[in-house]
Each structure stands twice: as structure tokens, then as C-alpha cells.
Design a protein around this ligand. Structure first.
Ligand code: FAD
Length: 141
């Protein structure tokens, strides 16, 4: 199985309704395609991990890349893995506010100008995976 992790900037500040619609669509498609993963949204930034069979992953990532709801996609990881991080989730989700982030991440200074997926924060895939794991335990399934 293969895992990809990317981050991106939302094109606009997405409302809860818009996020729910995006999540429902993603879950429906990912269930059909045998994919699992996790999506974080904070300060108009996305961080997503997607896992599954290679062809299904490519097709989904192609659609995601073409989506005008976000821009500046940056692929942080594309690797073969033995085990999925989120086997039971067609798409876990957390809307991380900065206050929560400040409580959970030692040394983090909350500021809307310094979003979760700012390149300075997410320096590599290891950091991204740690963050995703951190929020996974609270995520809505
Ligand atoms: P379509 O038939 O193209 O669209 C279904 C419905 O989705 C439409 O009726 C419309 O209401 C809505 N919609 C589609 N595109 C837009 C748009 N640009 N703006 C507003 N509404 C729209 N897709 C997945 O399958 N799996 C994922 O894990 C996933 N994660 C995503 C993460 C992020 C951060 C973003 C921005 C998008 C993600 N998507 C994901 C959505 C993906 O980009 C495609 O929109 C989706 O896969 C298209 O699926 P479809 O062809 O079945 O839907």
C-alpha cells in the first residue's frame, strides 16, 4: 500500500457547511475506492494523509490537485508503507483552532498569520505524520 501526505492553502475561509460537504464527498469516494486517511483544517490550511492502493490513490490525488477550493499544494510524502495509519477512517477530520494547537504542541505560538501547514512548521513528512497522529485521537470519524 502507498501513503501520500500533502499540505495546501484553502482558496477562501471555508464555512463549516462547506467543510462538511467536502468531507461527505471525500468519505463517499474513498469508501468506494478503498482509501483511508485524515484531513486537518486550520487557519485556512489543509494537511491530508491518504492511503491505499496506488492507482486509486493517483486518481484521487489528480482530482484533489485540480480542485479550486485550495492552492499551493505541496507533496510532503509519497511512499510505499506496510501498514495504514488510519485503517478504519475513510477520512478522519479535525478543524484545529489555534488555541487547541497551542495547548497540545509545546512551544507553538498561536497566530493566524502562522498557519498549521506553514512551510516553516511542516518541514518534512515526519513532522506532518506526528501532527496527524496527534489530532487523530480527537478526530470526528
Ligand atoms: P463531482 O461529481 O465532481 O462533485 C460532487 C459534488 O461536489 C458537486 O455536486 C459539488 O457540489 C461538489 N464540488 C465538486 N467540486 C467542487 C468545487 N470545486 N467547489 C465546490 N463544490 C464542489 N475527494 C476525494 O474523493 N477524496 C478525498 O480524500 C478528498 N480530499 C480532499 C481534500 C481537500 C483539501 C479538497 C479541497 C478536496 C478533496 N477532495 C477529495 C475533493 C476532490 O478534490 C474532488 O472534488 C472530488 O474527488 C470530486 O469527486 P466526484 O468526481 O465524485 O464529484
Amino acid at each position: 500500500m502507498r501513503r501520500i501526505i500533502y499540505c495546501s492553502q484553502a482558496s477562501f475561509d471555508m464555512s463549516p457547511d462547506e467543510l462538511v460537504a467536502l468531507l461527505e464527498l471525500s468519505r463517499r469516494n474513498n469508501s468506494r475506492d478503498g482509501l483511508s486517511g485524515m484531513l486537518l483544517y486550520s487557519s485556512q490550511s489543509f494537511l491530508q494523509v491518504l492511503e491505499g492502493e496506488s492507482a486509486a490513490l493517483d486518481a484521487t490525488y489528480d482530482r484533489i490537485r485540480a480542485d479550486d477550493r485550495h492552492v499551493n499544494l505541496r507533496l510532503l510524502l509519497d511512499a510505499e508503507v506496510a501498514e495504514p495509519l488510519f485503517p478504519e477512517w475513510t477520512m478522519g477530520f479535525d478543524h484545529v483552532d489555534d488555541e487547541e494547537l497551542g495547548e497540545q504542541l509545546e512551544g507553538f505560538t498561536p497566530a493566524t498569520t502562522y498557519p498549521l501547514v506553514n512551510p516553516d512548521l511542516i518541514t518534512n513528512a515526519g513532522v506532518a505524520q506526528t501532527l496527524l497522529g496527534l489530532y487523530a485521537k480527537n478526530a470526528v470519524r
